[in-house]
Design a protein around this ligand. Structure first.
Ligand code: HEC
Length: 155
């Protein structure tokens, strides 16, 4: 807090003081914290469910996902242990992750998704999202439907 040499005014009850400044500070502090949290989430880290899962579902899970009959190269990108053991994902190192290499390569034999699948390649933004997610540690999140709701705060 700012220390003042002048006698402290009782802002809360001083009618001459602008109304906004007389408000109880606590709700304002809470509001500021909430706004800060929202902005931080937007500008900051990549979320698996929000940002990554939609890309993998659309472009990769068809051949590297839950469906064993469709699965190619025994690679599952939806199971972190499998994705990491195979080297497709090296947490913290997008440049060492084969998944990124396969998306970026210009060799049409290796490129993912494969040309014959006739899927559109990933956009630059999608590639950046995947790289950032891996750089941040490649944290998976359970599907939102399985995340237990937080208990409501006591009144
Ligand atoms: C239409 C099916 C299909 C889709 C979609 C697909 N892949 Fe593949 N993927 C394959 C096949 C087939 C192979 C094995 C042949 C090869 O190595 O090129 C493979 C191999 C790989 C490998 C090497 C696995 C290993 O251990 O050798 C990686 C990594 C990979 N894919 C990542 C991806 C990523 C990331 C996506 C999404 C952007 C994706 N794939 C989408 C079919 C697919």
């Amino acid at each position: 807090m700012v220390t003042s040499v002048r006698p402290v005014r009782d802002f809360a009850n001083d009618a001459t003081f602008p109304r906004l400044m007389r408000l109880d500070r606590k709700p304002i502090a809470i509001l500021c914290a909430a706004v800060f949290a929202l902005t931080a989430a937007d500008a900051g880290t990549v979320g698996f469910n929000r940002d990554v899962r939609p890309i993998l579902s659309e472009k990769c899970y068809h051949c590297h996902g839950p469906d064993a009959k469709q699965r190619k190269a025994d690679l599952r990108l939806d199971v972190p242990e499998v994705a990491m053991k195979s080297g497709a994902i090296v947490p913290g190192h997008p440049e060492k992750s084969e998944m990124i290499g396969r998306i970026l390569t210009t060799d049409s034999d290796d490129h993912m998704p494969p040309a014959k699948a006739k899927m559109s390649p990933l956009s630059a933004t999608e590639i950046e999202t995947l790289k950032k997610w891996i750089a941040e540690g490649a944290e998976y999140e359970p599907h939102w439907a399985f995340i237990p709701l937080k208990p409501a705060a006591a009144p």
